[in-house]
Design a protein around this ligand. Structure first.
Ligand code: ADP
Length: 205
């Protein structure tokens, strides 16, 4: 009997607007299974889920819209202004997100998978993954891309970036780096070469 093969788990992270979603889709097009922490977080707070009740108990009924869904704008503003509330929200969500990520990884039938965790370093979830892939983009480019994508002012983007790990901290934690400072064709070729590297690495597992 051979032991079950371990799936190589790549944690994909990067600052807002660095290109994580774009890179993840590129791996997805190559047939690599994707797990998305943001999507999991959204599913966890759907009406009827335990997490939503726990959040309501901490934040009060104002955290819900009239349809009984989590009011994401309201809650973002609250936790932006109050560090203690941010930690309380994280204490509710992060263990549940980690548990769900682990369950999804256990179901993967592939040599490797990509787990997109935007706040991988900020939330100390490095233990979930075997390698950290950082998408690195010059900050001025991040600001331009997010301002265009989300119709935000440059200052609003900078405020969000200030709550995230610094570019230096991310690069220091990276096993692999994709520099996304050029066109999408260049990005695709970076993704393809990393794909081959991950397939090779997973052979050794
Ligand atoms: P993240 O998921 O890290 O927030 P996205 O993948 O959504 O970032 O990228 C931010 C924006 O920049 C998106 O509108 C995306 O289409 C665009 N983008 C990403 N990489 C490039 C690139 N190399 N060239 C041009 N636009 C890009």
């Amino acid at each position: 009997m051979t032991a079950a093969r371990h799936t190589l788990v790549i944690g994909l992270t990067g600052g807002i607007g660095s290109g994580k979603s774009t890179v993840a889709s590129g791996f997805g097009r190559l047939g690599v299974p994707l797990i998305d922490a943001d999507l999991i977080a959204r599913e966890l707070v759907e009406p009827g889920k335990a997490a939503l009740e726990e959040i309501r108990a901490v934040f009060g009924p104002e955290c819900l819209t009239t349809e009984g869904r989590l009011d994401r704008t309201w809650i973002s503003e609250k936790i932006f202004a109050d560090e203690k509330l941010r930690r309380q929200l994280e204490a509710i969500l992060h263990p549940k997100i980690s548990k769900r990520i682990k369950a999804l990884i256990a179901d993967v039938q592939a040599a490797y998978c990509i787990v997109v965790i935007p706040l991988l370093l900020e939330t100390g979830q490095q233990n979930l993954v075997d390698r950290i892939l950082v998408v690195d983009t010059p900050e001025n480019e991040q600001i331009k891309r997010v301002a265009a994508r989300d119709k935000l002012s440059h200052n609003a983007v900078i405020r969000i970036m200030d709550t995230q790990a610094t570019r230096e901290a991310r690069l220091a934690a990276a096993d692999d780096i994709i520099v996304n400072d050029s066109d999408l064709e260049t990005l695709t070729s970076h993704i393809r070469s990393l794909h081959h590297r991950y397939l090779e690495l997973s052979n050794g597992n």
